[in-house]
Design a protein around this ligand. Structure first.
Ligand code: ATP
Ligand code: MG
Length: 141
């Protein structure tokens, strides 16, 4: 078993699609191990996406990610990191495969409904970004 970190982004939460997206992921075998709803501060959004700070879309991405509540969650499944990346689809919904979360729910390349960690190492780091060690202790596979 493996864990990964997802975030239901502000566009999907505002559109009322959060539970639908989580249900779709549960149907694909992911189990929710930790979950919360919060509004990211500007500082938190800047830190979370620090790897993109030189990119032209960074300021807009920070504005988007702080525009409304988000739902971070730790998901568990066999091969969870790769399986979630496949389940969410390409960054741009125009390029996302049929049946993926972004094909169905994303509005644009920026407002793309969901985040998924891109490695086991980042999944752990990102889980700790949103959840305390105590929150995560009981969730280990
Ligand atoms: P995420 O990290 O959110 O799971 P990703 O790994 O598919 O998505 P990244 O390249 O890490 O995509 O970009 C992080 C986020 O920044 C994207 O999900 C999207 O919201 C936004 N983004 C990326 N590229 C662009 C772009 N060219 N124009 C606008 N927004 C972008
Ligand atoms: Mg990414």
């Amino acid at each position: 078993m493996e864990q990964t970190l997802t975030i239901i982004k502000p566009d999907a939460v505002a559109a009322g699609n959060a539970a639908r997206i989580l249900a779709l992921l549960e149907e694909k075998g992911f189990r929710i191990r930790a979950i919360r709803m919060m509004r990211l501060s500007e500082a938190q959004a800047r830190e979370f996406y620090a790897v993109h700070r030189e990119r032209p879309f960074y300021e807009s991405l920070v504005r988007f990610m702080t525009s409304g509540p988000v739902i971070p969650a730790v998901l568990e499944r066999e091969n969870a990191v790769a399986a979630l990346r496949e389940a969410i689809g390409a960054t741009d919904p125009a390029e996302a495969a049929e049946g993926t979360v972004r094909k169905r729910f994303a509005e644009s390349k920026e407002r793309n409904a969901i985040h998924a960690s891109d490695s086991v190492e980042n999944a752990w780091r990102e889980a700790r970004f949103f959840f305390s060690e105590a929150d995560l202790l009981g969730t280990a596979p």
